[in-house]
Design a protein around this ligand. Structure first.
Ligand SMILES: NC(=O)c1ccc[n+]([C@@H]2O[C@H](COP(=O)([O-])OP(=O)(O)OC[C@H]3O[C@@H](n4cnc5c(N)ncnc54)[C@H](OP(=O)(O)O)[C@@H]3O)[C@@H](O)[C@H]2O)c1
Length: 338
């Protein structure tokens, strides 16, 4: 079978295409024919050697993939050949609170990832995908969508009387927009591009702000909310955005600390946190139970993920470069091997 391997952590140039024997499922495992993958900012960081402890190389990259069960191992009861599934980001976080060793079971990091023609996972490490979604759409769910879902729904208690602020128009933020709208909330979206803001409005954003032409976007959020501020910020910007996210916040508001596309350090003012009675919570993707609940909601609302572009399997490094360029809106997808 065809796989991509990260052989050196030097960016997309470190990816090599190789042929290896197809794996076989052992007891309790399923063999998945992968039909599509999606990329996350994390995959760029891992490829460049900027994410946590170095993984064992060569590494099959990517946490995200969807496909169909091709074969089942002995004793598997949850699945049958032909079932449409996606892998879970954390293979060992089934339910309840996140455990300290969850990251040791993350696909495309501590464990081999999904950028392969076939992969073998535990029968507990996959979920059924929504039947209305294509494989390309469902491949966007395991990391970005679930992170936004944990932030807003599983822990955020987002509701129709709230305003949610999403930063930039990448994968997590566009799912944040869609999930907030699904719960009836008002959404303010920011971007450095007017074209992308038009796409965000088409996806449901109520108000948009270009953070390049309006650098004081925190003041604009306060203006758009008549001075009350955003109730929940999906914070993916990090260094450049966190202090302004705090100043955009309503009294008793929440900030979900998710990412740091501009860096993970911060010189925030602690007094802004206490003066706002702010609730600040780190979010680490989500559990299998949360993934199942999210898929139920997405099915009920026939939600369609924002797929920016689909690259052929043979052009995987080009897909990485596309994400790196920041030209995308929503998710970048790689089709399954032919
Ligand atoms: N905690 C978790 O479990 C978890 C899960 C997923 C992702 N993350 C993290 O969340 C972040 C976003 O991930 P992603 O996969 O959604 O990334 P992505 O798809 O690459 O999106 C990043 C977007 O951020 C916007 N951006 C860039 N610089 C910005 C700035 N200075 N101010 C405001 N916006 C800026 C850009 O949008 P525009 O072009 O529209 O401006 C860009 O497209 C990353 O740091 C990632 O590591 C964490």
């Amino acid at each position: 079978m065809k796989i991509w391997q990260l052989t050196e952590q030097i960016g997309p140039e470190g990816l090599k295409s190789v042929e290896v024997p197809s794996p076989a499922p052992r007891a309790g495992e399923v063999l998945i024919r992968v039909r599509a993958n999606s990329l996350n900012f994390r995959d760029l960081m891992i490829a460049a050697g900027q994410y946590g402890p170095p993984p064992a190389l060569p590494l099959i990259p990517l946490s995200d993939g969807a496909g169909e069960i091709a074969a089942i191992g002995e004793g598997v009861t949850k699945w049958k050949p032909g079932d449409r599934v996606a892998g879970t980001f954390f293979q060992n976080w089934q339910s309840g609170p996140c455990k300290s060793d969850a990251y040791l079971s993350a696909l495309g990091g501590a464990l081999p990832g999904m950028l392969a023609e076939y992969t073998v996972l535990s029968e507990n490490g996959v979920v059924a995908i929504p039947s209305h979604m294509t494989f390309e759409e469902a491949a966007t769910l395991p990391c970005a969508a679930l992170t936004a879902w944990q932030a807003l729904s599983a822990h955020g208690a987002v509701s129709p009387d709230q305003t949610v602020l999403v930063l930039g128009t990448g994968g997590v933020s566009m799912f944040g927009l869609q999930i907030a709208k699904l719960h009836g909330a008002r959404v303010i979206a920011t971007s450095g591009s007017d074209e992308k803001l038009a796409l965000a409005r088409a996806l449901g954003a109520d108000e948009t702000i270009n953070y390049r032409s309006i650098p004081a976007w925190d003041e604009e959020v306060q203006r758009l909310t008549d001075g009350s501020g955003a109730d929940h910020v999906i914070e993916v910007g990090g260094h450049d955005t966190f202090p302004k996210s705090l100043r955009s916040l309503a009294m008793n508001g929440r900030i979900s600390v998710i990412g740091g596309v501009s860096g993970f350090s911060s010189d925030l003012q602690l007094r802004d946190i206490l003066a706002k009675n702010a609730r600040i919570r780190g979010i680490f993707v989500g559990s299998r139970d949360m993934f199942v609940a999210m898929n139920r909601a997405f099915s009920r609302h026939a939600l369609r993920p924002a797929v920016s572009r689909v690259f052929p399997f043979s052009d995987a490094p080009e897909a990485f470069r596309h994400l790196q360029s920041g030209a995308h809106f929503g998710k970048v997808v790689i089709a399954g091997a032919e």
